[in-house]
Ligand binder design. Structure first.
Ligand SMILES: [Zn+2]
Length: 438
């Protein structure tokens, strides 16, 4: 056996070794484990396979962040921060679920030294950090092949059935029901305007691993037409960056489906820490985190989320450069750790006006924006409970890109329309049709 092959096998074995976050049937692993892709990773793996790290599961407890989860298996502050800061920009670990498991591998000779970090985002996407021979972490992502199908659900509102039940009855996957309902609710007020006999269509992109395990779904299209609502359609717009705040549903003409709402403070939404109790990454103390942390490079523009007056533009040791804006309803939005402040006390600002730049000032463990909303009564609220939109209307290049995506979606709609309908049952007026795309 050639030496590379030996490492290749060792690597594949390692991928599935201790792989129990989700029960992945390793024997069924399809043959195309992307050999070529893996081949070029062998060099950096060589060093670490030789070390045969001792693997420990790091289980997320309630209220734990990644930081505390790492400390629970014995990593010190420096190692923990190092891992968090080396994880790629797309790996989102700000909103962990209790019970989730990471794997940390320790050096056999020095069992306090981490040499491997492994996180399964889902059964098909694995994220790895590996310590190379120079003691630097390097990041790898391994994607396993998945099946994609486009499914069109075509239904009629029934007597006595609410929207959620109807969606469930026609076979929309359980974890998509709320998302689909949310998109439809942007187009029609179900409390006042929905009537028995109204028609709707939903086009889902469904991604599965080995034909059965659910990986994810997207609502590409939804339409609604009823006795009190004329035909209205919603299309999913997605930019190349999956974390763009512009990724949302719009009409074919680019109108956002939520017309009122705050603007996002950044163009890109990578949450590194959510609202609520957590262990502070620097002090190690359990404390209430009164906002949301978004990762961002130093210098990234920060926008006012709504029109208002600058109540504070200042500096202190904890918040660094920070800005507070008071809005017409007497709520205030806060923007912390800025590298630059572009507005002064008392200045009027418009929604989506650039007020400063992302930074790492004050007590901060890396460049990010801490964004908070204080209610008129002085209590902090979870900013993510506010309705936010990137823009009321897509324009220019974004509108042109939407038009292209609408064309693609209509093409898929035509293909699914032509497919053989699957029966849902005798009592429900609905059909499902789908096409699989390689
Ligand atoms: Zn924060």
């Amino acid at each position: 056996m050639r030496i590379e092959n030996k490492f290749l096998l060792a690597f594949i074995a390692l991928l599935f070794f201790a792989c129990n976050e989700q029960e992945v049937a390793e024997k069924q692993l399809s043959p195309q484990v992307q050999l070529e892709d893996i081949q070029h990773r062998i060099d950096s793996l060589e060093n670490f396979i030789a070390k045969q790290p001792v693997l420990k599961p790091a289980r997320v407890e309630p209220n734990f962040g990644l930081f505390q989860t790492l400390q629970s298996v014995g990593l010190d502050l420096k190692q923990s921060l190092n891992i968090i800061n080396t994880l790629a920009d797309t790996v989102e670990l700000g909103t962990l679920r209790a019970g989730q498991v990471f794997w940390v591998g320790f050096d056999q000779k020095d069992t306090s030294k981490a040499v491997l970090f492994r996180y399964a985002e889902n059964p098909a996407i694995l994220h790895f950090l590996m310590m190379d021979s120079t003691d630097e972490w390097s990041y790898k992502m391994v994607e396993k092949p998945v099946n994609v199908r486009y499914a069109m659900y075509d239904g009629v509102l029934q007597e006595g059935g609410n929207l959620y039940n109807t969606l469930r009855d026609i076979g929309i996957p359980q974890n998509m029901v709320g998302i689909v309902a949310g998109v439809l609710e942007c187009r029609v007020s179900f409390r006042t305007d929905a009537r028995v006999g109204d028609k709707f269509k939903v086009l889902l992109k469904e991604t599965r691993f080995q034909d059965s395990l659910w990986i994810g779904g997207q609502v590409l299209f939804a339409s609604y037409e009823g006795s009190r609502v004329k035909l209205s359609e919603a299309f999913l717009y997605m930019e190349a960056d999956p974390k763009s705040s512009f990724n949302a549903h719009y009409t074919e003409d680019g109108e956002a489906l939520i017309h009122s709402g705050l603007r996002y403070p950044l163009d890109r939404l990578h949450i590194t820490s959510s609202f609520g109790y957590r262990i502070h990454p620097i002090t190690g103390q359990r404390a209430f985190h009164n906002g949301v942390d978004y990762r961002g490079a130093v210098g990234t523009p920060v926008y006012a989320v709504a029109e208002g007056v600058v109540a504070q533009s200042s500096y202190d040791n904890l918040s660094g450069n920070f800005i507070a804006i008071k809005h017409s309803d007497n709520s205030q939005s806060y923007y912390l750790h800025l590298s630059q402040r572009g507005v002064k006390n008392g200045q009027r600002v418009k929604a989506r006006q650039v007020i400063g730049k992302v930074g790492n000032t004050g007590r901060s463990s890396g460049p990010h924006l801490h964004f908070g909303i204080k209610q008129p009564n002085g209590a902090w609220m979870d900013p993510r409970l506010k309705r936010m939109i990137a823009t009321p209307k897509l324009e220019g290049a974004k509108l042109a890109a939407l038009k292209e995506q609408v064309k693609f979606i209509r093409n898929i709609l035509d293909k699914t329309e032509a497919a053989e309908p699957k029966s849902i049952g005798d009592t429900i007026q609905a059909t499902v049709k789908w096409v699989e795309i390689e």
